[in-house]
Design a protein around this ligand. Sequence first.
Ligand SMILES: [Zn+2]
Length: 80
Amino acid sequence: MANLTVDFKIGKEDNRGIYYAETSRALIYLSMHETLADVYKTINHEVFHHCFEINGEADKMDEDQEEKVIFNMQWAEISL
Ligand SMILES: [Zn+2]
């Protein structure tokens, strides 16, 4: 079980963050956020991907399902 590494990047990207399961690494693109709260949301988002991966849950979901689960977890107060 690999520990998660989180790196912060500056520069324009299409994504706010990305998680690489093969290297247990998450990249957070700071320039794609407007507030610190948004940065925290993205960090949590990528950490959820890592948690699903190391617990074998990522194999049970396709990418779309995983994104929807994370969205609903993070926005439960308004999405459920
Ligand atoms: Zn995601």
